[in-house]
Design a protein around this ligand. Structure first.
Ligand SMILES: NC(=O)c1ccc[n+]([C@@H]2O[C@H](COP(=O)([O-])OP(=O)(O)OC[C@H]3O[C@@H](n4cnc5c(N)ncnc54)[C@H](OP(=O)(O)O)[C@@H]3O)[C@@H](O)[C@H]2O)c1
Length: 342
């Protein structure tokens, strides 16, 4: 099979297209013929490592956590999946060397999820990191639901920072599907159009407007939950707009790795700050995300593509380095790698 690998960390040029044997799935594992591999910032950050050519955690690593394809073989003990099932996968390369930038990949059956009928491989390859992170962020608030379904967030106001980003897009879609009023911030008109297409009710250009004043006008009683990508830039904004007992779910440090909080003011509002990292959320949160995302998919609530607010950028497997560079350079939308069947 064709596989993309790296044996030292660094720029995209460390990625090599090679031929590798197709491995048999171990007990409890499933082998998936990958059709579309999804690229996320975590994939280039892992590949880059410290950037100095150091050894990765395994002698050879195939990048990319997300993907979609068809079950090709099942290991002993796997009961819920069968050869031929159309599936999406998550955390494919977490604590193992074999991600989705290759034609076949083996992974624990728990990380392989059947796609509801009619759901495309493009959608499937866009779910793992973005949608599961968004699900976690939307389910950690004190007065909010632990699970998402239509109506779960009815009456709640959710602020999604960066609604044209991949996680922001998924957060808007899931929050909207669950019944929330969704406000999002973006940096320009093109991203405003994307966030609106994703389903945001209100879009604020944080560069041109006084975002706190605009959000407070839209939500005079305050925001219930913030899904935050850039906490160091937005800590004050979030504090200004949240209502008492609101939660701020922080999933990234884009724009700066530290922030300060005014203790007394946050205490008075009983604000909750919840950090989110998909790799360590634990099995219960992963299972909840899988189940709720599956429901949302069945409702057609998670479309991708420019019309749905997430433009797709496609690359062949041989150009995985370019795909990684595009994500590293801040591509707007979703970067996908095609590994067509047959
Ligand atoms: N914790 C986790 O488990 C987890 C999971 C997924 C992703 N992440 C991390 O989350 C980050 C985003 O991932 P992604 O795939 O969504 O990337 P993306 O598609 O590049 O989106 C990032 C978005 O953040 C926006 N942004 C940056 N600064 C902002 C600010 N001050 N206010 C509002 N929006 C701002 C950007 O838009 P503008 O620059 O135009 O504002 C952009 O739309 C990455 O650092 C990634 O590694 C973490």
């Amino acid at each position: 099979m064709k596989s993309v690998v790296y044996s030292r960390t660094g720029e995209p040029s460390v990625l090599r297209l090679v031929d590798r044997d197709i491995a048999e799935p171990a007990p409890g594992e499933v082998r998936v013929r990958i059709v579309v591999s999804g690229v996320n910032p975590t994939d280039w950050k892992s590949r880059l490592g410290s950037g100095d050519g150091a050894a990765p955690p395994f002698p050879e690593v195939t990048p990319n956590q997300d993907g979609a394809g068809v079950v090709d073989a099942v290991g002993k003990g796997v009961k819920d999946l069968a050869v031929g099932d159309r599936v999406w996968v998550y955390l494919a390369g977490h604590q193992r060397p074999t991600g989705t930038a290759q034609e076949y990949t083996n992974l624990p059956a728990t990380r392989v999820v059947r796609l509801p009928g009619g759901t495309s491989f493009d959608i499937g390859a866009s779910l793992g990191v973005p949608a599961m992170t968004a699900h976690r962020a939307l389910t950690v608030s004190e007065d909010g639901p632990e699970r998402l379904h239509p109506g779960a967030l009815t009456g709640k106001v959710v602020l999604v920072a960066g609604g044209a980003g991949a996680v922001g897009h998924a957060a808007i879609q899931l929050a909207r599907w669950a019944g929330a009023t969704v406000i999002t911030t973006i940096s320009g008109p093109a991203k405003a159009a994307l966030a609106t297409a994703a389903g945001a009710h209100h879009v604020i250009n944080y560069r041109d407007e006084d975002a706190a004043a605009a959000i407070s006008r839209l939500a005079p009683d305050g925001v219930d939950l913030v899904v935050e990508v850039a906490i160091s830039a937005n800590a004050q904004l979030n504090f200004d707009v949240v209502r008492p007992r609101a939660s701020v779910a922080i999933y990234a440090d884009d724009g700066g790795g530290e922030f300060t909080l005014a203790v007394r003011q946050n205490m008075i509002k009983n604000v909750r700050y919840q950090f989110v990292l998909l790799y360590t959320v634990g099995d219960a949160a992963l299972t909840a995300a899988v189940e709720d995302v599956t429901l949302a998919l069945a409702d057609g609530a998670l479309p991708v593509g420019e019309d749905a607010g997430l433009p797709l950028h496609r690359y062949p497997l041989a150009d995985t380095a370019d795909a990684h560079q595009a994500v590293q350079d801040g591509a707007v939308g979703k970067v996908l790698i095609d590994l067509p069947l047959g």
